[in-house]
Design a protein around this ligand. Sequence first.
Ligand SMILES: Cc1ncc(COP(=O)(O)O)c(C=O)c1O
Length: 368
Amino acid sequence: VSAQGRHVTELETPAAVVDLDRLERNLARAATYAAQHALALHPHVKTHKTLEIAERQLAAGASGLTVAKTSEADVLVGAGLRAPLLLHYPVVGPEKVARLVALAEHGPLTVALDSLAAAEPIAAALARRGLSVDALIELDVGMRRTGVTPEGALALAEGIEALGGGLRVAGLSCYPGHLRGLDEDALAAGLGDVDAVLAAAQALLVCAGIRCERISAGSTATLLASHRTRATELRPGNYALLDRAEARGAFSDDDCALRVHTTVVSTSVPGRLVLDAGSKALSEAGPPPGSVGFGAVVGRDDIVVDRLSEEHAHAVLAPGAIPPRVGDRVEVTPNHACTCVNLHEVLYGARDGSVEVVMPVAARGAIR
Ligand SMILES: Cc1ncc(COP(=O)(O)O)c(C=O)c1O
């Protein structure tokens, strides 16, 4: 039976429901900001992994899309989506290089790199097919996950140019994922430091006569302050759905578009209750700093999900709270939308409580 047209309270639980008004508002806010500051928008699709939301992002003004994995890109391209893609993850291993080459045959592709070891086989494989792909040199701007120093960026850019293969350096990239949960002043200071790294690398590339047209950056936490850096394009991911962890700073609970609808399945233990959404529906993501619970129970601050089994959300009732009954429905805003979505076969897109579209999570589990 199609869920389309049904009220969300009729959906079998657990069900991942996306409020389309909120989603559209989130997409529009980013697009407006990017346009105001003449920044290109390349949203990261890992957050939602659906074709429908990717298409909405493009319709809302994104000029390209970002993926982490070649298999995610395969799903989008295989479903007919046509958009410039940025592969922002170290592509290492022959299967992945082969998929990258196949993607390059489909349309404009950019890859972010932080090592010559990764670049060499890619450049050679592309050259064998007569293909050319833009490369962005990834800088570590403070997260200490991937990325090189400005001096390392120059060395890598020169190394890639010297390969003479199918990779062409087009600029720089960074992910300031360490700047989270900061107030406005601390965020501005952090982005000042990020910009200093970008500036140093840009100067080195420009002096060496290497193309540095694109500077790709960003995350949701820094999204609306991106004009404080020299980034020319933004890659927010979480901003589309948002979640409990990101509902701070410029974003609030009311911006969270994703909720997991659950049913109370047990109240037998005094002072406690169980919802039918455990770690396999909410994900094991813990609470953001200063909060408790595996997700926020919507409209019920007096209920906290303090433990998770695979299929049970164990919740505690605050003293004096009116206990829900078995069969009651409870909505939970997940702590982390990206890992939650990856657990669901479909997202139900709803407006005013009515399901408007059922969106398969097409790239669910695409981790290769
Ligand atoms: C390289 C890269 N770019 C962009 C993003 C999107 O960041 P966010 O989900 O914070 O918006 C991520 C997320 O992990 C990332 O790893």
